[in-house]
Design a protein around this ligand. Structure first.
Ligand code: ADP
Ligand code: GN1
Ligand code: MG
Length: 359
């Protein structure tokens, strides 16, 4: 890839001298670019298979960053897209690929919390993110991935892939498929509550993995939230739940040794505390459904990983052929452990919410 040519399209400080791949995102192709003046940027190719309308996606993302920048004191607390010389926030290359550039914020991302304080900081960042966007005009947001967290629809798509079995992989994944099908009824709860209005729609991030948050290297305080591609109207419990799924697990999302995978209740408590402190007022129902958010996000992503395995690995980046199957298995193990710890999870949420009410 000729990165100099792409970089030249954007209004940069200096000329590029180096470019290297960074991060562990599953979707976009992400590079860190440095110029001869020492300026650092992120250059990213948007995944067109996942995001069918990159132009409208960038309209969303830039509207959100502009909105956030007006509200934060430190510029590192919101992403900043760099325009092209034509004044656009994206560049379409000759092959039809879409590129965007933004300031490299500095700081660091983690794939697993190094301490409970780090995890608490990520809870503050995602909670604050939702709070800051509480008066963002939600009806101006385009749905970058329609029905993104509609678990009922995710199951529909999953069952279609099981039926079609395009790669002949169903027989080797029967146990996992059956487990997930047994969870369908319980895990449809949130979507039903969304449809009935029992849970309020908010502007949410929808992809709240720990590696989508940056912490300051020195203070280890949270800086900003990354990966704004899926900012859309959604449920607070999705954002809470996905953070728990990824960050409060005892092993990586793709840990092959299932005996290592489970829910760390202490980290669950730490995140609950931070999120409730920063997210602003949640309704009693939202608070009550936080554990369900964790379970549903875990089961939902397991259906997505397994569907992608059955489809022939079209959506998520993989590092080896069985990667999506391994991911699905580890998420199933995590979901099963959450169900074993269900009462404890509910007790912790009730306790943290009561604590906050009394301060
Ligand atoms: P994906 O959708 O593939 O997850 P992300 O936007 O999350 O793409 O970027 C992937 C990774 O790149 C992040 O997890 C992070 O490690 C790194 N990264 C992205 N943006 C920045 C930034 N502005 N500053 C520093 N690191 C970044
Ligand atoms: C993807 O983009 P990234 O790596 O932060 C995915 C999430 C999944 C996650 C699983 C747009 O997140 O929905 O939960 O992988 N993002 C998209 O790790 O599908
Ligand atoms: Mg990401």
């Amino acid at each position: 890839m000729n990165y100099e040519k792409i970089a030249a399209v954007f209004c940069l400080d200096g000329s590029p001298v180096s470019c290297e791949e960074v991060g562990h995102g599953h979707i976009n192709y992400t590079l860190k670019l440095t110029t001869d003046t020492g300026a650092e940027y992120i250059l990213q190719r948007i995944n067109k298979y996942v995001f069918r309308d990159p132009i409208r996606l960038m309209a969303n993302a830039s509207a959100v960053t502009d909105f956030l920048r007006q509200k934060v004191d430190d510029p590192r607390m919101a992403l900043h897209f760099i325009p092209t010389h034509k004044g656009l926030y994206y560049h379409r290359d000759r092959c039809g690929e879409f590129w965007r550039m933004y300031d490299f914020v500095g700081g660091f991302c983690m794939d697993a919390p190094e301490s409970e304080e780090d995890f608490y900081q990520s809870a503050l960042a995602f909670g604050r993110f939702q709070h800051l966007l509480s008066d963002f005009p939600a009806d101006t947001l385009f749905e970058t991935i329609p029905e993104f967290h509609n678990t009922i629809d995710r199951y529909r798509q999953f069952k279609a892939s099981v039926k079609a079995d395009p790669c002949g992989r169903v027989a080797g994944a029967r146990e996992e498929i059956d487990y997930l099908l047994r969870q369908e009824e319980r895990c449809s709860t949130l979507q039903r509550m969304r449809e009935s209005g029992e849970l309020p729609l908010r502007v949410t991030h929808n992809d709240t993995k720990l590696n989508n948050v940056l912490l300051d290297r020195k203070t280890r305080k949270s800086l900003c939230v990354l990966d704004l591609d899926t900012v859309m109207p959604g449920l607070s419990v999705y954002d809470f739940g996905d953070s728990i799924r990824f960050g409060a697990a005892t092993a990586a999302e793709d840990e092959p040794d299932l005996s290592k995978m489970g829910l760390d209740l202490h980290l669950f408590q730490v995140y609950t505390q931070g999120y409730l402190e920063a997210a602003g007022t949640l309704t009693d129902k939202e608070v009550e459904m936080l554990p369900m958010g964790a379970l549903v996000m875990t089961v939902e992503v397991a259906t997505r990983f397994l569907k992608d395995y059955l489809d022939g690995d079209l959506y998520f980046k993989i590092a080896y052929p069985e990667h999506n199957l391994i991911r699905a298995r580890s998420q199933i193990r995590l979901a099963a452990d959450m169900l074993d710890k269900w009462e404890e999870m509910n007790r912790i949420v009730a306790q943290e919410s009561a604590k906050l009410r009394h301060t």
